[in-house]
Write a protein of this length. Sequence first.
Length: 162
Amino acid sequence: MNIGEQSWPDPAGAAWRVRQMQCKLHHWAVTDSGRRFDDVFNLVHHPDFLTVAWDRVSGNKGARTAGVDRVSPASIAEGVQTVEFLGQVREQLKSRTFAPLPVRERLIPKPGSSKLRRLGIPTVTAKCRAPRRIFGSGADCSSVSCAGWSPASGAVRQATWP
């Protein structure tokens, strides 16, 4: 039962619970290829999944890069500011009012060439709700440790995109 204010989970505990759910989802997808994952949307705005997504977003090389909203993960301080930010993201996702902003585009050089390619930089909010950040990289989960979850027949995409 959800009563009162919910506190955000610690990153280590959240990562363990997310890994357990990824393993369950993978097991269900492998054992029943026709299974429908109707309740995946609830995982998208769950505090554990958002905490893990935030850790991945704020800890990667692009943490200093801002999107079109000019907010970078590095500019959001740890502690209270992070909890407020994740709370806002959660409310937008729960109420289905989240609308991604256009990506910020930059031209970067192609490796080994003088040509340039476009690089799209999404907002911090869009990075945190990306299904790959939440459900894993799509790596094979055939080992006992369950290294990741491979979405079956686009179930994640169906559940997380309007």
